[in-house]
Write a protein that binds this ligand. Structure first.
Ligand code: NAP
Length: 239
C-alpha cells in the first residue's frame, strides 16, 4: 500500500518499537492515531509529529479493556473518517518457568497480547470492509518460534497471535484486508525491564549486530514494519 495520506492506528505508540514506527510512518506521509496508556507521552509524540506537518491524534487506551479498544478505533474513525492500517504493537512479557509462572501475570499478558489485538481487529474490520480494504499488522515475536525456558507464557501469547493472523488472512482476503505478521527479534527497548515477574534489575539491552545474539534498534524494526505495509508480505522478518 502506498502509505502517503493513509490513516494508521498504532497501539503501544508511547515508547519503544511503536514510537519509532509512528515516526517512520509519519516521515512516509501517513496520518497517525497513537494509542497507549501514557497520555503525556502520546501527547508529546503527537505534538512532535504535528510540528513536522503530520496529522496526529493521541487516544489514551488500555488495550486489556475491549471497551477502551473499541473507543480508540471509534475516535480514530471519527477524526479521520477511515482506518487504513491497524498496527497491533502494544505488548508485554511475563517471565517464569511453567512450574512457577505467576498466573495473574500470565492472564494480564494474554489480555494484552491476544485479546487486545483481537478486539482491535473486530473494531476495524467493519470499517475496512466498508471502505474497500485495509491492512492489519500484528507484531509477533521470534520467540513464538522458539522454546526458551522461562518465556513460555509470553511465547504462547505470540503463537496464539500468529494463528489469529494466519486464519484472519484467509477469512478477510475476499474483503481486500491483508493481515501481516511481523517477527521482531531481541530489540533494544524497555520491553525487558517492563516484563512482569522474573529477576529484578533487568536492563535495556544494547543494540549489536555481532556475536551470538543480534539485538536490533527499534528504528530498524520500525523500518521493517513500514516496509511490510508497503510491500504487503504475509510475514515480515528482521534480517
Ligand atoms: N523488544 C523486544 O525485544 C521485542 C522482541 C520481539 C517482539 N517484541 C514485541 O514488540 C512490541 C513492542 O515492544 P517494545 O519493545 O516496544 O516494548 P516497550 O518498549 O515495553 O513498549 C511497550 C508499549 O506497549 C504499551 N503498552 C503496554 N501495556 C499496555 C496496555 N495495557 N495498553 C496499551 N498499551 C500498552 C506501552 O505503553 P504504555 O505503558 O504507555 O501503555 C508501550 O508503548 C510488543 O508487542 C512486543 O511483544 C518486542
Amino acid at each position: 500500500m502506498d502509505v502517503r495520506g493513509k490513516v494508521v492506528l498504532i497501539t503501544g505508540a508511547s515508547a519503544g518499537i511503536g514510537l519509532c514506527t509512528a515516526r517512520s510512518f509519519a516521515e512516509a506521509g501517513a496520518k497517525l492515531s497513537l494509542a497507549a496508556r501514557s497520555t503525556d507521552l502520546l501527547e508529546k509524540l503527537a505534538d512532535e509529529l504535528r510540528g513536522q506537518g503530520t496529522e496526529a491524534i493521541a487516544v489514551t487506551t488500555d488495550m486489556r479493556d475491549p471497551e477502551q479498544v473499541r473507543r480508540a478505533v471509534a475516535k480514530t474513525f471519527e477524526h479521520f473518517g477511515r482506518v487504513d492500517i491497524l498496527i497491533n504493537n502494544a505488548g508485554q512479557a511475563a517471565m517464569g518457568k511453567i512450574a512457577d509462572l505467576d498466573l495473574d501475570n500470565f492472564r494480564q499478558i494474554v489480555e494484552l497480547n491476544v485479546f487486545g489485538p483481537v478486539a482491535a481487529m473486530q473494531a476495524v474490520i467493519p470499517i475496512m470492509k466498508a471502505q474497500g480494504g485495509g491492512i492489519i499488522i500484528n507484531i509477533s515475536s521470534m520467540v513464538s518460534k522458539m522454546k526458551l525456558h522461562g518465556l513460555a507464557g509470553y511465547a504462547c501469547t505470540k503463537s496464539a497471535l500468529n494463528m489469529i493472523s494466519d486464519t484472519a488472512r484467509g477469512e478477510l482476503a475476499a474483503d481486500n484486508i491483508r493481515v501481516i505478521s511481523v517477527y521482531p527479534r531481541m530489540t533494544a527497548t524497555d520491553f525487558h525491564t517492563n516484563a512482569l515477574g522474573g529477576a529484578p534489575n533487568r536492563q535495556r539491552p544494547s543494540p549489536t549486530q555481532t556475536g551470538p545474539v543480534v539485538i536490533d534498534t527499534p528504528e530498524h524494526v520500525a523500518e521493517r514494519i513500514l516496509s511490510a505495509a508497503i510491500k504487503e508480505p504475509e510475514e515480515q522478518f528482521m534480517a
